[in-house]
Design a protein around this ligand. Sequence first.
Ligand SMILES: [Zn+2]
Length: 384
Amino acid sequence: MRFEVSKVLDAIEGRLSIDPALARAVVDLSEIVRYADLDGGRPASSVRLGLVVDALSRHVAEENAPVYVVCPRGLLSDTDLTSNERMVIRRWADDGKVEVVPQLDDRVYEVAELLGVPVLTRARGDQVRDRRPWVDEPGRLLAAVAGEGGGAVLMARVGRGEPPRPAERSQLGERLLARVWRCPESNCSSFGQGGDPDSPFSDMRTFTSPVAQPPPALRSGVPTCPRHGSKLKDAGARPPVEVLSVRIDGVIRQRFVVSADAPVVVGRAPEGGKGIMLGQWLTEDARKWISRGHVQFELRGNGELTAQDVSTNGSGIRPGGSTDDDERITLKRGETRSLGATDVVELYAGVNVGRSKMWATGGLVQPQSVMAEAPTMALRKFTG
Ligand SMILES: [Zn+2]
């Protein structure tokens, strides 16, 4: 059973991100692990995060919707969790997959406000309403509750039944996320490399890329490291990013970030395991047509997004996402074109990549579950 739990935690790990461009909701891990009513199991279980992650994917109708997890430090020594679970969460923290904070304060709400994403919580917002009046807006607080068919579903406290609101950062969030921040602590995974560069361990650590840094915490208006409480140093402008989505037969399968210094290759199975691999979602015909690396996306310093065909068979561009074949522009092998705001690159019929804001809904009825390997205990309610 421990083995199965580990597999679930591995699957959950793939859905964790504190990257402001990718996170779709924010949670307090210490709250989620105690939702014993979801599976009738132990007082605390990290597997419940998987139920909530699945509920989020269904809510936004997308595959792979990442969640921003805030973990109060106390949870790392909470003996209601198994030692294996505590070890996994500590590793997630060290790898910058979750954010550990000494005290929760209202960090979860701060992140939600700065990024413009919902909070997944059963709290009613009473404690934060004075400071965060938006908690009373539709869809900003979503409670994970037991679903009828098992698992969890997200219920909005306000405006129930409305479609999820598109994310919109606060102005303050835009300003903070336009800069790169440095923490003076040498072991800071989120705002790293601000410590002693001569330390023998300085190149052994993994640091979050500057373009993927989480939002700073604000203490009396001063940007502060949420983990260390240290004042952050402004290290210059953050390179611009563009968030793109892979959409196959009307379904959003994955979002990814292209930044000015990091082109991304999309294809059947890009070389070296880098890039965006589509193979698992393609029909046999599409697999034959689409090259291992098919299109390379690049963001230039001036904000221009380009697509370069790197395939054997070529690609196409559909201006404004047009489905009219007469408007389709052929992108020949090796050719590069600039992409307009609503242009969609077509790797094969129905296999598209475009800016994420092009598509309001993910279009997916039954996203893949991270709970596939769940032990029978957690599955009881799915099947019962
Ligand atoms: Zn720090």
